[in-house]
Structure formats: structure tokens, C-alpha cells
Design a protein around this ligand. Sequence first.
Ligand SMILES: Nc1ncnc2c1ncn2[C@@H]1O[C@H](COP(=O)(O)OP(=O)(O)OP(=O)(O)O)[C@@H](O)[C@H]1O
Ligand SMILES: [Mg+2]
Length: 250
Amino acid sequence: MTLELSRSLLYLDDITVSFDGFKALNALSLLIEPGEMRAIIGPNGAGKTTMMDVITGKTRPDEGSAMFAGRHDLTSMDEARIANLGIGRKFQKPTVFESHTVWDNLLLALKDSRGVFGTLFSSTSASQKEAIEELLETVHLTDASMAMAANLSHGQKQWLEIGMLLAQDPQLLLVDEPVAGMTDAETAQTAQLLRKINETRSVVVVEHDMTFVRDLDVKVTVLHEGSVLADGSLDHISSNERVIEVYLGR
Ligand SMILES: Nc1ncnc2c1ncn2[C@@H]1O[C@H](COP(=O)(O)OP(=O)(O)OP(=O)(O)O)[C@@H](O)[C@H]1O
Ligand SMILES: [Mg+2]
């Protein structure tokens, strides 16, 4: 095993994904260290979501390897198995159970849950209650715990979904455009939330909102035409002429 692979949590090596001959990912390589949070930016169509599709087993690469924790070959596993390994994914559109309360959404998301009926019609254990209360606090929804998910603001729904992912206790959280459609205040709170989550888990977050990316204060990778164009601090990549040309300067 190479040294790079052994010290990585996620290791993408030379990944290519073609759709009808068009390379959505083109020899993409990326290494995420244990405990790291990484921001991924880049123009529309750069391959950011496709990269997450490869990591989560939704899309199989034509070439290349994707290794988790130095030993799990993600390209040979299905989505359920990858989720069970400890990789959680948040899509752009929140997918909460609208007709259930915030509390019940989190209860349903807990790892030991027994299906909707079994979970909601049996008593909640002390440890489940404690876990839910902690999740509510983390995602700033304690005061809304008895509200119907349908009645939450867009930002609150996003936080609830992040809470539901945390209920699964993932080691790596993938988040695709979490602050799209949020108010400035919600955006700032989401940066704070991800930083808190990153105290105990690794995070890969795709975003176009540069104020948010600055707030995260982490290493940034710029994708362009399916490969890495540049990476480093936001200040470092912001002064890169190619990055300005293809993305930041538009
Ligand atoms: N299932 C698919 N079939 C065909 N083409 C696809 C498919 N999925 C993605 N693509 C194409 O691959 C390219 C990369 O798309 P992707 O969604 O990964 O970009 P992105 O970086 O997430 O962009 P955005 O910032 O707009 O979300 C695009 O040109 C897209 O049209
Ligand atoms: Mg996308």
C-alpha cells in the first residue's frame, strides 16, 4: 500500500466517468485526510456532483479507484453498503418526512430504528431520547422539535436533514450545495454547523457561495472539466489566474 493511501480517509485515483463519450470526470485524483473538511468549488458541469455519485456508489467510474479508509474499494460496492461503511450524503433538495415532527424525523433516522411503524409505535428508550436531544441542539432545532417538518423554513429543513445524517453516525459526510436558497444568517449558521460537525467527522462540501466557503476556512479544491484545476487556501486559489478565468472572475 502506498503511504498516501494509508494516511487517507478517502482516496480517489485517476477516476474517469464518461457519459456518451463526454468525460464528466477526467482522471480525477483527490485525497481527503482523516478529520479533514474540504470545500469543492468549480463552474457548473465541472463534475462536482458526479464525484459524489462515484464516492457513494451511485455512478460507477469507467476507470480509476476510490478507496475509503485505506482498505474499502468503493467502486465494487453498492450504495447501501457504502452508507453502512460510514459515508453519509446530503443532496441539494431536503428529503425530510414532511408530515412528521422534527423529533420523529430524527427518531426515524437513528441507526437502530425498526422501520416507520415499529419506531413510532414503540416506546423511545432513554438512550434514543438523549441522542435526539443532542442532535436537536447540534442542528439548532431544539425549539422546533415538535413542529411538523413541513412547517420549517428551507434552512431549517436543510439542518434537519443534516441532523438525520448525523443520526447515522457517519465518518465522512458529503454535502452538495447546502446553502443554496438560504438567507445570509442561515448561511453563516450552516458554516458554523459544519465546523462543529468537523470536530468529530470528515466533511466534503460542494458550494458556489464564496462567503460561505470563506467562513469554512478550510482547504479548497477547484474542479474544472472533470479534473483538479487547483487546490489550497481560498486566498491561494483566488489568486490563481486559471481559476479566475474559468470560475471566480465570471
Ligand atoms: N447521468 C448523466 N448522464 C449524462 N450526463 C451527465 C449525467 N450526470 C452528469 N452529466 C454531465 O456531466 C457533467 C458534470 O455534471 P455534474 O452534475 O457533476 O456537475 P457539477 O459540477 O455538479 O455542476 P453544478 O455546479 O451545476 O451542480 C455535466 O456536463 C452534466 O451534464
Ligand atoms: Mg452539482
